[in-house]
Design a protein. Structure first.
Length: 349
């Protein structure tokens, strides 16, 4: 019988909850030069914390490049590989691009994991790339103290159709593609309090490719787009606000939640990353009376392979929601609006 290994017990964090907090990351990168000044063909760099780098390659086309990797969020090795790869590919879709190629990043504690577990992690990554219709064409591996897996992903997009996170407009409507709560479900899993139904919902959402981003990239009415991952909904929405010079209003009652998440949040289950996220950007958020701590924790909850967040013209809302729903994103919903004003977010009931 194969040895059963609990992957989540071999790491100090999991999924996008492993990300360095926004304020810390900003401090660490503060002294880097602005690459776009030296490289005019670099259309998107690190300036606004966008999802991927974009480089002009000629004939109206651009190359999109990203990398994403993390420690296990689940114990099943195939599921871990699928989730990590799906999450990495999301950055390509968030730019409105089509993925073309991926490379694997594999760091494993060889003294703690049997070969079959590592093979299953890699197999899960292959499955996600297969679903995206691209080759997993190679990569790099090291012996590590904790298990880490992810991808380098490349994509192509027409220059005119790049969807940045800093190009929203006043009056834009905010649409979220997937429900919130992945971080809280992962915390419940570690505590042994997640039901089989909750686990299945978690796997279904984190392995669902955000490939609808390619379709949304075709629409002029989509002004800005990003994906909601480790910084939580408020963190990634604030990136749109800061980059675009706008303020946002979010209606908590309209934000879709994974069904089991609400009760876990009310019961006080929360990730450490949620608190770190709030410490990073909480000063820019106005919570209106009636917003409770468990609701704030959901809004800052780190999402692994989370949904696309779209800022779009009012007359494009129906078309965008139809595209989400047609591709299986049944929970996609309007959650708020962008307005002229100082960068920040207000949350109401």
């Amino acid at each position: 019988m194969s040895e059963i290994v609990k992957l989540t017990r071999l790491s100090h964090g999991g999924g996008c909850g492993c990300k360095i907090a926004p304020a810390v990351l900003e401090r660490l990168l503060s002294d880097l030069p602005k690459s776009a000044l030296a490289f005019p063909d670099l259309l998107v760099g690190i300036e606004n914390g966008d999802d991927a780098a974009v480089y002009r390659i000629g004939n109206g086309m651009a190359l999109v490049a990203t990398t994403d990797f993390f420690m296990p969020i689940v114990d099943d090795p195939v599921d871990f590989g699928r989730i990590a790869a799906t999450n990495a590919l999301s950055d390509i879709y968030a730019m409105g691009a089509k993925p073309i190629l991926a490379l694997a990043l594999l760091a494993m504690p060889l003294d703690k994991l049997p070969d079959h577990v590592i093979r299953d992690i890699v197999r899960g990554g292959h499955m996600a790339c297969e679903a995206a219709g691209i080759p997993l064409a190679g990569g790099h591996s090291i012996d590590s103290v904790e298990p880490i897996y992810g991808l380098v992903a490349l994509g192509l997009v027409e220059e005119a159709k790049i969807k940045r996170n800093d190009s929203a407009k006043a009056g834009d409507i905010l649409i979220l593609g997937k429900p919130l709560g992945i971080g809280i479900l992962s915390a419940a899993l570690k505590k042994g309090e997640l039901s089989a139904r909750g686990y299945q919902a978690m796997i279904d959402l984190t392995t669902r490719l955000n490939s609808v981003g390619m379709s949304l990239g075709e629409l002029d009415g989509v002004h800005a787009m990003t994906d909601v991952t480790g910084f939580g909904l408020l963190g990634h929405c604030f990136e749109i606000c800061r980059g675009s010079g706008l303020s946002a209003r979010i209606d908590f009652a309209a934000v879709p939640l994974i069904s089991e998440t609400r009760q876990h949040a009310i019961n006080g289950i929360v990730t450490g990353a949620s608190g770190r996220n709030w410490s990073s950007y909480g000063a820019e958020i106005a919570l209106e009376p009636g917003i409770l701590d468990w609701q704030k924790n959901l809004l800052t909850d780190p999402q692994t392979s989370g949904g696309l967040l779209v800022a779009c013209a009012q007359d494009s809302v129906s078309d965008i929601l139809s595209r989400f729903h047609a591709e299986g994103f049944a929970d996609a919903a309007v959650i708020g609006k962008l307005e002229a004003g100082k960068a920040g977010i207000s949350v109401s009931m």
